[in-house]
Ligand binder design. Structure first.
Ligand code: HEM
Length: 490
């Protein structure tokens, strides 16, 4: 046992590492980095009879996600905590997951869906984000919480892409829209899911039976979510019957899918559609919003990187688009942004330092040995810190805590470095990687380019911006900014 009580990790008889875990719970992600740099990349923790493996060793992670993927399902702990989307893609395994993944791939990779996701981002920037930023830029002393702005933006964009309906929570006119009942209910559900991860399973399950505490909130929030999903599905069904579906949103594509009708492994009925829609809302909203908030925070800390992005955008604007004629509030289309190297590198660098889903879970099916020699057995829980993986000195170098988009660019040919790109784990790797990656990059590039080209974002001085312990990497106190309009590219 480590007798030094100030050590990064202290092992006690019987309770094992539990006291250290409680002591560091409020700063769990940075503690994972310290563990990796000071104790080791893989730690087997032992409390009572329960064992958890914590790892951020890339060799282990590759083995778990790719090489021996079938042996590492999500696991019972995860399946229980996410029982609210029991039939959705997040919570299925083996051949049932395969069938759903195929259906999701057909949808997300379709040309229609990709063009919809780009169109929706561009439209929302023009109709909702620009008016909000403009009004803040002219109002002296006005302060915006950028984290909240992006949470609202991505709720609107993901809802439009999923259901074909824009809830307009980013609208300037109605402040009550900021607290859309579905957005609020989803926030509550995510919070309870996080709570389920940190409380002993027997405790929260008893609370669920007794309908008390956080579990009571969960039941109430789920009713709100269910009502919204029922309405979205009913409306879509009517549109399909009347033949008036105008765009290729996910719900419409699923409800008219031949694959869904013919594949026996995919559940039929509204419960599946609801769980699927809720999983996609969870997956798409918070992750993209968190990336944007951290990205702009990094921009305020790294003006040189911001200047380089602006330079790249100016070149694009002048060379291909407008020949020096500056247009008011210009939105770049995704097609024109696709090839920009520095913009892509800047986003990868933000995702490395602030992966929006910082921790991942896996269970163990059969006895196995991980590449670093760690033995695992059935029923164990493996926790993978994607946050620590992006900050290990041995992998990223001594400057690993610095924001440097240049590290993603090959110094010889000026292109994105494939070696570096293979080290980005923020979307996971292997067969169960993020299906919304392309959609996320599309939205990120359109929004970032539009904001940087037309506005300058300043962080309100004196605020402390830190990650919050939660399922998605939110900020503890939001991110307060002042907006300035750029005039003539200055
Ligand atoms: C910056 C944005 C995003 C990041 C960093 C991200 C990251 C991830 C990660 C780490 C996983 C693996 C989770 C696990 O295995 O436990 C995942 C899975 C998934 N993501 Fe994303 N995601 C992002 C955006 C999106 C968007 C916009 C969508 C679509 C609306 C989406 C849909 C999904 C789905 C459906 C899965 C489950 C895939 C499966 O289990 O086969 N994601 N994402």
């Amino acid at each position: 046992y480590n007798k030094n009580k100030d050590a990064t990790l202290v092992r006690w008889p019987v309770v094992g590492e539990l006291p250290s875990i409680f002591k560091n719970a409020h700063r769990v992600h940075d503690w994972c980095v310290e563990l990796a740099n000071e104790v080791g990349c893989t730690i087997v923790t032992k409390a009572f009879f329960f064992r958890i493996i914590y790892t951020c060793d890339a060799r282990n992670v590759e083995y778990i996600y790719k090489t021996n993927f079938p042996n590492f399902p999500k696991g019972k702990h995860y399946n229980d905590a996410f029982d609210v989307v029991a039939e959705g893609i997040f919570n299925t395994e083996s051949e049932h997951w395969h069938a759903q993944r195929k259906l999701a791939n057909l949808t997300f990779m379709s040309k229609e869906f990709r063009s919809l996701s780009a169109k929706v981002a561009q439209q929302l920037v023009q109709d909702s984000l620009f008016p909000l930023l403009d009004s803040n830029a002219v109002e002296e002393g006005s302060i915006l919480d950028f984290e909240d702005v992006f949470a609202r933006f991505t709720f609107d964009s993901v809802s439009t892409v999923l259901f074909g309906t824009n809830p307009r929570t980013l609208s300037l006119t109605s402040s009550s829209n900021h607290h859309h009942p579905l957005a609020k209910a989803l926030d509550n559900v995510t919070e309870v899911i996080f709570y389920r991860h940190v409380m002993p399973a027997t405790w929260w399950k008893i609370c669920r039976i007794l309908m008390i505490g956080k579990e009571k909130e969960m039941i109430e929030s789920l009713k709100v979510v269910d009502n919204h999903m029922t309405n979205y599905i009913a409306t879509k069904r009517e549109e399909i019957l009347k033949g008036i579906v105008q765009q290729h949103d996910v719900l419409g594509l699923y409800m008219t899918s031949k694959e869904l009708q013919e594949n026996e492994l995919i559940p039929k009925g509204d419960k599946f559609l609801k769980d699927t829609a809720m999983s996609f809302l969870f997956a798409g909203r918070d992750s993209t919003a968190a990336t944007l908030a951290w990205f702009f925070w990094l921009m305020t800390k790294n003006p040189k990187a911001e200047a380089k992005i602006l330079e790249e955008l100016k070149l694009l604007y002048n060379a291909k688009l407008r020949n020096n004629k500056v247009e008011h509030n210009y939105v770049f289309s995704y097609d024109t942004l696709k090839g920009l190297v520095y913009l892509h590198a800047a986003i990868c660098e933000a995702l490395r330092m602030y992966p929006p889903l910082p921790v991942n879970h896996r269970g163990v099916d059969k006895y196995d040995i991980l590449p670093d020699g760690t033995r695992v057995k059935p029923g164990m829980m493996i926790l993978i810190s994607l946050y620590a993986m992006g900050r290990i000195e041995g992998v990223w170098g001594k400057d690993c805590l610095e924001y440097k988009p240049e590290r993603w660019i090959d110094g010889e040919n000026g292109k994105l470095s494939t070696i570096q790109l293979s080290k980005l784990f923020s979307f996971n790797i292997g067969p169960r990687n993020c299906i919304g990656r392309e959609m996320a990059f599309t939205q990120l590039k359109v929004i970032i380019a539009a904001v940087i080209f037309n506005f300058h974002v300043e962080a309100v001085e004196g605020q402390v911006v830190l990650p919050k312990p939660s399922v998605a990497l939110h900020m503890q106190n939001g991110f307060k900014v002042r907006i300035k309009k750029r005039l003539n590219f200055n």
